[in-house]
Ligand binder design. Structure first.
Ligand SMILES: [Zn+2]
Length: 217
């Protein structure tokens, strides 16, 4: 089985959902820097407050902070799935060096791949439940902004960061920062591209089988 996995991908590829499914299927501890920092903020820890300083100003965390957060989370773990980290080439290079020092090489970096046009369509038709946080797509789930949440009945809302300008910004960030990370891991022979256009289950099965294939030790 593959024990050390990174999931990369542009927005709206269902990366977070796949991370949760794979984590459950393989009993693999999973995290994203955002999730770890939200938990730290809730605890009121120093690192959580430091991160809050950046996010409150609408800025991305510096590489150094992202790395500290990830290493603190990894701690003594030897198996993990990281969702959306490393996000920059600088993070990737420092992370690789740290993994080398610990004798914990990455098994595979999966890149969820979608044409930009599909990402745009998915983003503008995405609705989030204000009650339970479930995410729906207007066209897939045949619901609209006036429908109640099928799961809990609360109201649905379009995320504020799903506007065109916000999306342009996130796509630019992805192209300028994350794609070079994918290229970096392609150069190391670790990158696997996964077509994210089929449904959630098909994407999950593709990654699941590949991770299983790594089981023949
Ligand atoms: Zn709901």
């Amino acid at each position: 089985m593959k024990n050390r996995i990174v999931l990369l991908g542009p927005p709206a590829t269902g990366k977070g959902t796949q991370a949760a499914l794979l984590s459950a299927a393989f009993g693999l501890p999973a995290a994203s820097t955002g999730a770890i920092l939200r938990a730290e903020k809730t605890k009121g820890s120093a690192i959580g407050l430091e991160a809050e300083n950046w996010t409150a100003r609408g800025l991305l965390f510096p590489d150094e902070l992202a790395l500290r957060v990830v290493w603190q989370w990894i701690d003594k773990r030897t198996r993990f799935l990281l969702d959306g980290f490393p996000r920059t080439l600088g993070q990737a290079e420092s992370f690789d060096q740290g993994l080398d020092e610990r004798g914990l090489p990455l098994d595979t970096v999966y890149l969820l791949d979608l044409p930009e046009e599909t990402i745009r369509q998915r983003m503008v038709s995405r609705l989030t439940c204000l009650g339970c946080g479930a995410v729906y797509n207007e066209s897939f789930h045949r619901i609209n902004g006036d429908s109640p949440c099928p799961a809990c009945g609360a109201a649905l809302s379009r995320r504020s960061d799903d506007t065109t300008e916000a999306l342009d910004q996130r796509m630019a960030q992805y192209r300028e920062q994350t794609l070079p990370v994918a290229e970096h891991y392609r150069g190391k022979g670790l990158l696997k591209k996964v077509d994210a256009s089929p449904g959630r289950d098909a994407v999950f099965n593709a990654i699941y089988e590949d991770m299983q294939a790594g089981a023949a030790v």
